[in-house]
Write a protein that binds this ligand. Structure first.
Ligand code: PXP
Length: 260
C-alpha cells in the first residue's frame, strides 16, 4: 500500500510567522528518503497554508509525483491545468471550515465540466467522496478512474471513543455518544468503507483513502486490501515535532506495512 503525505501543515507552521521556514519544498526531499510515494498539497481558496508559488516551485522541483487537492474554483483549476501536477483530487471547500469536512457533492453541475477540463489537460482526476455506495456509482458515472474515500467520520469516532478529546474544548458535540454507541458506529463506519472499497475496485476504480488517519486508527483501514493508497498529513506532521519528519514517516509506514 502506498503512502502519500500531505504537506499542508508544514506551510501552516511557516504561515504562523509569515517567513520562509519551514520550507514545504525542502520537506519533500526528506519525504522521498523516508519512502513516501507521492506528495499531496491543498491549495485552498483562502491560501491559508499552501500558496501559488509553493505549488509552482514544488511541481517544478519535486522528485515525487504531486497530487493537488482543490475545489472546483475556476481560478485554481486554470492554474492546475497550466502547471499540470500528475493528479488533482477534487474536494469540497467551505471558507470557514478548519479542514475538509465531507465528501464532494457529486450532483454539483460544475463537477462534470471541471473533470473534463482536467482530463483534457492530461491530469489524472480523483474525487474525494463520502464512503457510501451511491457515491461510488456517481463517481463512475462522472467518468473518473480514481476516488479517495473520506475517512473523517472514522477518525472522529475513534477520537471520541479512545482519546481524551471528549474531555477537552475540542469535543465533537455531534458525536458525543456513550462508549457502546460509539463502538457500534465505529464498526458500521469501517464496514461502509470496506464495502465501498470492494465495489470501487470491482468497478475498476483506483481506491485511495484519507483524512484524519493517525497512528492509532490507521491499521483497520490499511488492512482493507482494495485500498491502494493512503493520504495522511496532520498526524505525521504533528508526530514530526517530537521525533522528526523522517522518523514520523517511517513509523507510519511500518504500521501500514505490518497491517498488510
Ligand atoms: N485527503 C484529502 C482529500 C484531504 O483533504 C486531506 C486534508 O487536507 C487529507 C487527505 C489529509 O488529511 P489529514 O491531514 O487529516 O491526514
Amino acid at each position: 500500500m502506498k503512502l502519500g503525505i500531505n504537506i499542508d501543515h508544514i506551510a501552516t507552521l511557516r504561515e504562523a510567522r509569515k517567513i520562509n521556514e519551514p520550507s514545504p519544498l525542502e520537506a519533500i526531499f526528506v519525504l522521498k528518503n523516508a519512502g513516501a510515494a507521492h506528495i499531496t498539497l491543498h491549495l485552498r481558496e483562502d491560501r491559508r497554508h499552501i500558496h501559488d508559488n509553493d505549488l509552482q516551485a514544488i511541481i517544478a522541483n519535486s522528485p515525487l509525483p504531486i497530487n493537488l487537492e482543490c475545489a472546483t474554483s475556476e481560478e485554481i483549476i486554470a492554474l492546475a491545468c497550466e502547471l499540470k501536477p500528475q493528479q488533482v483530487t477534487l474536494v469540497p471547500e467551505k471558507r470557514q471550515e478548519v479542514t475538509t469536512e465531507g465528501g464532494l457533492n457529486l450532483k454539483s453541475p460544475k463537477l462534470q465540466e471541471t473533470i473534463q477540463k482536467l482530463q483534457d489537460s492530461g491530469i489524472i482526476t480523483s474525487l474525494f467522496i463520502d464512503p457510501n455506495l451511491p457515491s461510488i456509482e456517481q463517481s463512475l458515472a462522472l467518468g473518473v478512474r480514481h476516488i479517495e474515500l473520506h475517512t473523517g467520520e472514522w477518525a472522529n469516532l475513534n477520537l471520541m471513543a479512545s482519546s481524551n478529546l471528549k474531555h477537552t474544548q475540542h469535543k465533537i458535540t455531534s458525536l458525543d455518544f456513550p462508549y457502546p454507541i460509539l463502538q457500534d458506529k465505529i464498526c458500521n463506519t469501517l464496514k461502509q468503507i470496506q464495502e465501498c472499497a470492494i465495489l470501487g475496485e470491482r468497478e475498476g476504480l483506483e481506491v485511495c483513502a484519507g483524512h484524519g488517519l493517525n497512528y492509532q486508527n490507521v491499521k483497520p483501514i490499511a488492512q482493507i486490501p482494495q485500498i491502494r493508497e493512503l493520504n495522511i498529513g496532520h498526524s505525521i506532521i504533528a508526530r514530526a515535532i517530537f521525533v522528526g519528519l523522517f522518523e514520523a514517516i517511517r513509523e507510519m509506514q511500518s504500521i501500514i506495512n505490518e497491517s498488510i
